[in-house]
Ligand binder design. Structure first.
Ligand code: GDD
Length: 370
C-alpha cells in the first residue's frame, strides 16, 4: 500500500474513446479541487476502438494516472477486481467512464469512508436519487435486479449500483468471484464490512457510446445472487447471513403463534365453555400478542429502554400487518381454489407463504424500523 495516495479511483473501460479523456480530466479536477491525492486507474479490457491510445497518452501526461490493459477474462466485474489488486491506496472508488455517475460526488464518498463507514454506495433509489433518460425496458430490468439484490440486502436501497467506494480491508481477503455487472453485490456478499452509508445520486444515461449490458448478463446475475446466498450459509457471517437468521427466527415465532392459537382455541372452547368463534377471536389476538412479544425481544431485538409510546406504536403496526396478512392468505386461498382450480390445501400453503413474506417484509421495514 502506498500512503502517498488518499484514494484510488478505478474506471473500468471497454470501447470508451468518446469518454475516456473527459472522465479522467473531470475526476482529476474534482480530486485537485477538493485537495485529495488520488490515483486514477483505467482498467481496460483491450478495447478495439481508440480508448487504449488515448489512455496511454493520459498516463504519460499525468503521474497519477495508470492504464491496465487486460487480455483475459473479459468483464466489468473482473476488471474492477483487477483494479482493486493494482490499487495502491487504502480507499477504492469505482466509477463508470461514461458520466452516468457524477464525479463531483467522489469527495462525499471519501468523507463517508473516513467517517468510519466501510462501504459508501451511490444510490439511485433513495430520496434525492433518480435515473434520467432510461428507456422503459432498462428501468424494468434494473428494478428486477434491484429487487433481487434487496432480498439479499434489505437495508440497502441500491445494492447493484456501479458507483461506490470501499475500504481496502473490505475486499483484501474476500473470495470474490467476479462476473457480470454487479460487482457491488459480490463485495457486499463476500467482503468483510460492518457499516455502510448510501449517498443519493442522479444516474444519467450515457450520451456517448453504448451500454454493454447483454441478456447473458442477467443470467449471470441470477447465478451470482444464489452463489452469494449459499456462500453466506456456508460461512455464517455477513449481512446476508444475519438476514437469514432474522427470517428463520420470524418463522419460528410464527410457529409458536400457531401453537398458542390452537391451544387456546381448544382450552377456551372445551374447558371454559366459550362459543368456538369467540374462543377463536381471543386465541387469534393472544397469538398476535405472543408473536409481537417474541419478535420484539428476539427477532428484531428492540432496545430495552424503548419508550412505551414507541412500543405501542410498534404493536399497533404489527397488529395491522397481521390483519393484512390474514386477508392476503384468504384472498390467495379463494382465488387459487375458485378461479385457478388448485386443490384447497395447496392453495392455502401458497397463501401462507405469501402472507409470511408480506408479514416479514412490512414488519422488517416498517414496524421495527429503528
Ligand atoms: N473493463 C471493462 N470490461 N469495462 C467494461 C466492460 C467490460 O467488459 N463492460 C462495460 N465496461 C465499462 C464501461 O466502459 C463503462 O465505463 C462502465 O463499465 C459501465 O458500462 P455500461 O455498459 O455503460 O454499463 P451500464 O450503464 O449498462 O451499467 C451501469 O449501471 C448499472 C446499474 O444499473 C454499471 O455501473 C453497472 O455496474 C451498474 O450495475
Amino acid at each position: 500500500m502506498n500512503t502517498d495516495y488518499d484514494l484510488s479511483v478505478i474506471i473500468p473501460t471497454f470501447n470508451e474513446e468518446e469518454n475516456i479523456a473527459a472522465i479522467v480530466e473531470a475526476v482529476d479536477d474534482v480530486l485537485t479541487a477538493s485537495g485529495l491525492r488520488g490515483e486514477i486507474l483505467i482498467v481496460d479490457d483491450n478495447s478495439r476502438d481508440g480508448t487504449i491510445g488515448i489512455a496511454e497518452g493520459l498516463a504519460a501526461r499525468k503521474t497519477n494516472v495508470r492504464l491496465i490493459v487486460r487480455m483475459h477474462d473479459h468483464g466489468l466485474s473482473q476488471s474492477v477486481v483487477d483494479g482493486f489488486s493494482h490499487a495502491r491506496s487504502g480507499i477504492f472508488q469505482v466509477i463508470d467512464a461514461d458520466f452516468s455517475h457524477p464525479p463531483e460526488l467522489i469527495p462525499s464518498f471519501y468523507e463517508a469512508i473516513q467517517r468510519s463507514n466501510d462501504v459508501a454506495i451511490g444510490s439511485r433509489y433513495m430520496k434525492g436519487g433518480s435515473i434520467e433518460a432510461w428507456p422503459l425496458k432498462r428501468r424494468i430490468i434494473s428494478l428486477g435486479a434491484t429487487a433481487f439484490g434487496r432480498a439479499l440486502f434489505p437495508d440497502i436501497t441500491d445494492p447493484v449500483s456501479g458507483f461506490f467506494a470501499v475500504r481496502r480491508s473490505v475486499v483484501a481477503d474476500a473470495p470474490l468471484k467476479p462476473r457480470g455487472y454487479k460487482i457491488l453485490m459480490e463485495v457486499l456478499g463476500k467482503g468483510r464490512w460492518d457499516s455502510f452509508v448510501e449517498i443519493p445520486f442522479v444516474f444519467k444515461d450515457r450520451e456517448e457510446g453504448e451500454s454493454k449490458l447483454k441478456p447473458a448478463t442477467i443470467l449471470d446475475y441470477l447465478k451470482q445472487c444464489s452463489d452469494i446466498a449459499f456462500f453466506s450459509l456456508r460461512h455464517r457471517n455477513g449481512a446476508v447471513w444475519h438476514e437469514w437468521k432474522k427470517i428463520f427466527s420470524f418463522g419460528l415465532v410464527g410457529i409458536s403463534g400457531i401453537l398458542v392459537n390452537m391451544g387456546l382455541l381448544y382450552l377456551l372452547t372445551e374447558y371454559a365453555g366459550l362459543y368456538y368463534l369467540l374462543s377463536a377471536l381471543i386465541a387469534i389476538e393472544l397469538s398476535i400478542m405472543n408473536n409481537f412479544f417474541w419478535n420484539d425481544v428476539w427477532t428484531f431485538k428492540s432496545p430495552k429502554n424503548l419508550r412505551l409510546e414507541r412500543k405501542l406504536h410498534r404493536f399497533a403496526s404489527f397488529q395491522f400487518v397481521a390483519i393484512g396478512g390474514l386477508l392476503i392468505n384468504l384472498t390467495v386461498l379463494y382465488v387459487l381454489t375458485e378461479i385457478a382450480g388448485v386443490y384447497y390445501l395447496l392453495a392455502n400453503l401458497a397463501g401462507i407463504l405469501i402472507a409470511f413474506a408480506w408479514n416479514y417484509m412490512v414488519n422488517r421495514h416498517y414496524t421495527w424500523k429503528s
